[in-house]
Structures are given as C-alpha cells and as structure tokens.
Design a protein around this ligand. Structure first.
Ligand code: SF4
Length: 265
C-alpha cells in the first residue's frame, strides 16, 4: 500500500510526548486562511518553480512537493528512530494536511506501528467521518485535535467548512474516553479574543471527559514564502506573528477554568 507525504520531521518535541518522528500526509479538506503548511493541502505530488539567483541572473527549475511512499518504506524510516522514541517515551505522529484524507494508509501505518510497540499520535482536524475516527482510535494512543474557532459562521469563512462535524467528533471522543489533547491556532481577528476563549471553555467544560490539556499555537507567518511558488494566494500575507507572551491572558483564563494549558505546539 502507498501513501503520499510531504515531509518527515525527525526528533520532533512538540507533536506529542517525548521525542517523535512526525510524518506529514498530503491532502486537506480545509482551507484555513492562516495555513502555514499550504504544500500539504493538495493530495497530489505537485511541481513548483524554484528560483535561484547567481549574481544578477535568475535560474529556474521544477521541484516536486511531496512523494509517494510505500507503507513498508515508511515503516523502515520510522523504525530507524526507535531507539530515541524508547528512551524518551516518544513515538510517531501522523500529521498533515489532514491524515484522515488518506484513511486507509493511515490505518495501515497506525496498525503496523502499534504492533511494533510504537506509541502513536494523530494530529487531526477530526473533519472526517466518525466511523473513520473510531476505527483509527483502536490503534491510536492520543489524538491532537485542532479546535480553530467556535463561531460556525467564522469557521466557515476562515476554513471553508462548518465546525459542526468537528464538534460532534470531539464529543464522541470524549464520551468514549478516547484520549485527546486540544490545539488552538491563536489567530488575530479570528480566534484571539475573549468571546472565542469563553466559548471554547464552555464547550470543553460540558464534555463528559476533559482533554488531556490545551496547546495554544500562536499565529506565525513563517509559511508566507510557500504560497507564491504553489500558485496560491495568502490571505494573511501582511499579518504579523504573535509573540508567545501575548497569549498569557488567554492561558490564564483557560487555566482558571481548570485546564492544563501550554503555549506553543
Ligand atoms: S487544517 Fe492545517 S493543513 Fe489544513 S488548511 Fe488548515 S492549517 Fe492548513
């Protein structure tokens, strides 16, 4: 079985517990205006034009973004880091894009990793059929779930999809006691305001089982340069990055509601 990925990050320390190998799957059903991984949105391997300047001359060449990889090859790459995973109580994280866009490949990877004793995390929007989520949960130790913005109209405006399926799937995870951690991209003008924070707290407080914690991910514009070569527009082109200390009030607000909160991925 083959899958399509656009990166493998070794020694990741922000994608779940311990030292991890993070595999980025291609394909995403959302279109977040602030996306910093736009190369992960298309499910296909695409060619982009790269420019190099030597003196006053420009040279162009085509470069693929992404690659098709066999499950067995990917397993071997993951296994090459197993010693670091074991020593740090780490493991593998499947991210994206949205890993559920390649549901069958994801399931195959989760199953194989778990059978080899590797701790598994799925970093997901949970914008996926509930039955896919529950099937994957059989082989997943922890879900990292993006909760972008609570207002449905704003969610639709800034991500291209309604948040109803996401909220429903979060309730299902919670009701079944499946471990998950919430990740909130903190975006100026979208999710970085008191009303959204209060709405998040209200929603999470009503869940039968609380998340393992909340990660606040400050907006950063380090992905800006990726849009133009992909022929994509960046709606947040002129938005300045947030400093982590700007999130302290939001963190305190959530902590006083009883959640363990961390700033950063
Ligand atoms: S869910 Fe992630 S990868 Fe998909 S568009 Fe949003 S930020 Fe980009």
């Amino acid at each position: 079985m083959n899958g399509t990925i656009f990166d493998i990050k070794k020694f990741a320390v922000h994608d779940g517990p311990g030292i991890r190998t993070t595999v980025f799957f291609k394909g995403c059903p959302l279109r977040c205006a602030w996306c910093h991984n736009p190369e992960g949105i298309s499910p296909e391997v695409v060619q982009v034009v790269k420019t190099h300047k030597v003196g006053c001359r420009s040279f162009y060449h085509l470069e693929p973004v992404g690659r098709i990889i066999a499950a067995e090859t990917l397993i071997q790459e993951i296994l090459s880091d197993k010693v670091f995973m074991e020593e740090s109580d780490g493991g593998v994280t499947f991210s994206g894009g949205e890993p559920f866009m390649q549901y069958r490949f994801l399931l195959e990877m989760l199953r194989r990793c778990r059978n080899m004793g590797i701790h598994t995390v799925v970093d997901t929007t949970v914008y996926t059929p509930t039955e896919y989520l529950l099937k994957a949960a059989e082989w997943t130790n922890l879900f990292l779930v993006d909760l972008k913005v609570m207002d449905e109209a704003l969610h639709l405006k800034y991500t291209g999809v309604s948040n109803q399926k996401i909220l429903h799937n979060l309730k299902v995870l919670s009701k079944r006691g499946i471990p998950f951690r919430i990740r909130i991209p903190v975006i100026p003008g979208v999710s970085f305001n008191r009303a959204n924070t209060e709405a998040v707290i209200r929603f999470l407080k009503h869940l039968p089982v609380s998340p393992h914690g909340i990660d606040l991910l400050p907006y950063h514009n380090t992905g800006n340069h990726k849009f133009q070569p992909l022929g994509m527009k960046n709606a947040f082109q002129n938005m300045a990055s947030l400093n982590t200390d700007e999130l302290e009030d939001m963190k305190r607000q959530m902590e006083s509601a009883g959640f363990e909160v961390h700033i950063g991925g």
